[in-house]
Design a protein around this ligand. Structure first.
Ligand code: SF4
Ligand code: SF4
Length: 394
């Protein structure tokens, strides 16, 4: 029997790639999973070598290798630095697909899978509660649910259901209201974006969610969708057209929060006049930066705020280090995830900034967990928080 992994690689003409690895090791020292263990078998180079062996012998992925594959945050730092341009992220994704086929997913991913199948969200909470995050801004969303509008806000499961992240959605809605934007929310028709499936290698289940979400947006006449979550944003922008064809997203554009704010500034609809006298360092979320090449909008927004000083970390943009939350690592290996976030917080502290900022619910969770119990003077803020504070529209 031909393994699913081998089939997938052959279909994409990638089965030759592991043989071109120069074993230079550049990928090892950027890999959060390697740095956590210092085992070469956990490094991208080491995993590629093991994959090559499995492919050559047409063997299925064994349990110990599956465990290593799920210790990866899918941060993409290995692919970015690879000297011979091996599409490493695709290997890790296809390997996860093979593990799914073997029924060997980690328990937390089985839970998420069941939750989405039962309730269309990763928490297994009733979809009637999808808008629980709007409790503090209910006056601003009144009459907006499933209304026809050209702009939609897609909150995603984390912001919708995890109370500690609700502020991101609240801030976006406050900004929409401040700007007089006519917007809509999908409410109970907002299903999981499918990113957990794309991350875990089950593209078929993810495709059904993609189909549903796109139909709902089109039904409401939406043209622009705004996201605080780079995972959702990446799913819509890259996975949906990859799975359903480019025509599936025709007439729709997908903007990260920073891209949306920057557009408003450039169109003269938004300006910052209040002083915001703080030193900020910017953390690039992997799913926005390396995965989508979006680095500058957030920096341009921060530079437009009077009094704000932006200080870069040593490793920034495509060389940024992972927060520790990607690839469902927070679910599969929470302790390791906190150690990874701790290393990134150290880099932020070294800049002397008062605020470490980003735009991602997963990064927010990782850094808040990493800062808990840590002696540090730095605080973490989401970009949406800085924007509403600077505009004084809290
Ligand atoms: S994607 Fe990130 S965590 Fe995964 S192997 Fe590459 S560098 Fe390591
Ligand atoms: S950077 Fe690329 S070529 Fe070098 S060891 Fe890693 S995978 Fe191989």
């Amino acid at each position: 029997m031909v393994s699913e992994l081998f089939k997938g690689l052959r279909e994409e003409e990638l089965d030759i790639e592991p043989t071109i690895c120069a074993r230079c090791g550049f990928c090892t020292f950027v890999c959060p999973a390697y740095l956590d263990t210092l085992w070469d078998s956990q490094s991208p180079r080491g995993k590629l070598f093991q994959l090559k062996d499995l492919i050559t012998k047409n063997k299925a992925i064994p349990a110990d290798f599956a465990e290593r594959i799920f210790k990866c945050t899918l941060c993409g730092a290995c692919e970015e630095i690879c000297q011979v341009n091996i599409p490493l992220l695709r290997f890790w994704q296809l390997a996860r697909g093979e593990i799914a086929t073997l029924g060997e997913w980690p328990e937390i991913i089985n839970f998420i899978d069941n939750a989405i199948q039962n309730s269309q969200n990763i928490m297994d909470i009733d979809q009637d509660d999808r808008l629980i995050w709007t409790d503090m801004v209910d006056d601003l969303v009144e009459g907006r649910v499933q209304k026809q509008a050209e702009v939609a806000y897609f909150a995603g499961c984390n912001i919708s259901y995890k109370g500690t992240l609700a502020h991101m959605g609240e801030n976006t809605v406050k900004l929409f209201s401040h700007l007089g934007i006519d917007f809509t929310l999908l409410g109970e028709n907002e299903f999981c974006c499918g990113n957990p499936y794309f991350v875990a290698g089950d593209f078929e289940s993810g495709t059904k969610l993609a189909d549903h979400n796109l139909s709902e947006l089109k039904r409401l006449g939406v043209k622009t969708v705004v996201f605080n979550c780079p995972g959702c944003h990446r799913a819509f922008s890259h996975e949906y057209p990859h799975l359903l064809g480019k025509e599936a997203i025709e007439g729709l554009e997908f903007l990260s929060f920073s891209q949306f704010v920057l557009r408003m500034i450039k169109e003269g609809k938004l300006s910052f006049t209040n002083q915001y006298p703080h030193v900020v360092t910017w953390h690039d979320p992997c799913e926005l930066g390396r995965h989508q090449d979006i680095y500058e909008p957030a920096r341009e927004v921060l530079r437009a705020i009077p009094g704000l000083e932006l200080r870069e970390m040593k490793h920034n943009r495509n060389r940024a280090r992972c927060c520790g939350g990607g690839g469902i690592l927070k679910g599969t290996n929470p302790v390791m995830s906190v150690r990874v976030s701790g290393r990134r917080i150290e880099m932020a502290e070294a800049t002397g900034a008062e605020i470490m900022a980003s735009e991602c619910p997963s990064c927010t969770m990782s850094f808040n967990d990493g800062m808990e119990g840590r002696e540090t003077s730095i605080v973490f803020k989401d970009l949406s928080q800085i924007v509403v504070e600077a505009l004084d529209i809290e």
